[in-house]
Design a binder for this molecule. Structure first.
Ligand code: FRU
Length: 505
């Protein structure tokens, strides 16, 4: 009898445990299904849980985590008093949202900046402290009509970026009377064993150096004569020329107007850095991305590869794009390489290798003699196409479309030798006059084929042409996802395939 009672009790406990386990699994699944399914919510790209986001900030790799801080306003879906939002990822693909890292204080809003790991404890905050370097924007001084309202401050974390303490003697760089004085990127310069800061000062960048991240002295500047554009969010890093031992330095700078297709865009220069200032090889200013929607692109600190991410929007219309709960997303994370191109050099961008974790099986597109090929595609997908350049027609292009007669074209113009994206009829476009339109990407290299690799998400397309030598990123807002692919190829399609991609959430 006693024996039976024990068996009964044990079965009851097992049943209760199983039921609970079942419930947990059930609710977890439900949560995943309902999470981030709003209209236009990017499924392959990082976006904030809610509210306004702009530039990526403070990106640093530390103890197995890629940190992504970002310009964030938690009270609205338009720009306002800036904080640093925070997320981490182990693979640059799947992200975990964390609490806000930096709040505005009496010195001002927290504008863009960078982060480093202080391995040798040069600042005395602690070994391997994560130190964030950012701009303070003092709104009271600005409203009072002063011009010295931007300064640089620092904050440190000893718990893997979970909490930050602001340095008590902030600001570390006071404003010398320059209105636009912001967006510090700090790197450790191995040869001179010192910290180097590059930041934007209206139409140029300034360089400062420091032994300890606290005391800074000016060391140089770089700009182009006669430029009337506002520069923002610079970045500076050494990079090996692919296949050689030659090292070059890249200076990235984002430009507030007159991007290659209008509005804001990210550019770069190739040259040398002597520990004090940047010396360009040529005056040539290249575009990292010809699309309209890759701004403030900067790279991660403390990584072996050069990997960066950009804000996938344009100040022309970022605050009025038709999303409800949140505004803006980041580009796909990208690996940068430098290749020799004739006498010059070219920085190429490709999605990071880790994105292959969300690839499902590929489907080969049957190449027929017809000049138009049609196929259904998954709403989240990567499309790979190669065309020959010998053709009589004007263009080789693909149309992504939905059942609402909305479409977006991406392709190559044989006459002008340019890539293009046309989002004129891509869905909701009327919210701003600068949004609809045809955008061109320049080909600054020799190529005998047209290679297009396209990443399609619910609210963006990214074209990595010719192995990342010409890149175009454009956001779009179709009223339902694009699931039809039509290839207009005048019989010059050589091969094609598409690969379904899994949501990162
Ligand atoms: C670039 C930018 C930065 C500034 C930040 C403010 O988009 O204007 O120069 O630090 O945004 O949010």
């Amino acid at each position: 009898m006693h024996h039976l009672k024990l068996i009964f009790q044990a079965s009851l406990i097992a049943l209760v445990l199983l039921t609970f386990a079942g419930c947990k699994r059930h609710s977890e699944t439900n949560q995943n299904i309902s999470r981030y399914q709003e209209k236009h919510r990017p499924q392959l790209h990082f976006s904030p849980d809610s509210m306004w986001m702009n530039d990526p900030n403070g990106m640093v790799y530390h103890e197995g985590e890629y940190h992504l801080f970002y310009q964030y306003f938690p009270d609205s879906t338009v720009w306002g008093p800036m904080h640093w939002g925070h997320a981490v990822s182990k693979d640059l693909v799947h992200w975990e949202h964390l609490p806000i890292a930096l709040y505005p204080d009496s010195l001002g809003y927290i504008f863009s900046g960078s982060a480093v790991i202080d391995r040798d404890n040069t600042a005395g905050f602690g070994k391997d402290a994560m130190v964030g370097i950012y701009t303070y924007h003092d709104i009271h001084r600005e409203k009072a009509g002063r011009i010295d309202f931007q300064t640089q401050g620092i904050a440190y974390s000893l718990d893997k970026g979970r909490t930050f303490k602001k340095y008590e003697a902030n600001p570390v760089i006071k404003n010398p009377g320059i209105k636009d004085f912001r967006d510090p990127k700090v790197i450790w310069h191995v040869d001179t064993k010192s910290w180097v800061m590059v930041f934007a000062a209206y139409d140029k960048v300034l360089f400062y150096t420091s032994p300890d991240l606290k005391t800074w002295a000016p060391s140089g500047e770089f700009g182009i004569k006669g430029d009337d554009r506002l520069w923002e969010c610079p970045d500076l890093f050494p990079i090996k020329v692919e296949g050689t031992d030659e090292q070059k330095w890249i200076l990235i700078t984002s430009i507030q107007k007159k991007g290659p297709n209008g509005g804001t865009a990210t550019s770069y220069f190739v040259g040398k850095f002597d520990g004090k200032t940047f010396i360009p090889d040529t005056d040539e200013q290249y575009w990292l991305d010809y699309g309209k929607d890759n701004y403030a692109f900067v790279t991660w600190s403390n990584t072996k590869e050069i990997i960066g991410i950009g804000w996938m929007s344009n100040w022309q219309y970022a605050q009025v794009v038709p999303t409800q709960k949140w505004r803006s997303a980041m580009t796909l994370p990208r690996s940068l390489r430098l290749i020799q191109n004739g006498k010059n050099y070219l920085l190429t961008s490709q999605p990071t290798q880790s994105l292959s974790t969300i690839h499902r099986e590929s489907t080969t597109i049957n190449v027929t003699k017809d000049t138009v090929i049609q196929t259904e595609i998954p709403a989240l997908c990567k499309i790979d196409l190669s065309f020959s350049k010998s053709v009589k027609g004007d263009k080789s292009f693909v149309r992504l479309s939905n059942s609402k007669n909305e479409y977006l074209d991406l392709g190559y113009n044989h006459k002008s030798n340019q890539y293009f994206i046309d989002r004129t009829y891509s869905g909701e476009t009327a919210f701003n006059n600068d949004f609809p339109g045809l955008h061109f990407g320049e080909i600054l290299y020799q190529s005998d084929k047209i290679l297009m690799s396209i990443y399609l998400d619910h609210a963006s397309v990214e074209l990595f042409a010719d192995d990342g030598k010409c890149v175009m990123t454009d956001i779009c807002f179709p009223s339902e996802p694009f699931t039809k692919l039509t290839i207009h190829h005048s019989s010059n399609l050589l091969s094609g395939s598409f690969t379904e991609l899994l949501s990162i959430w």
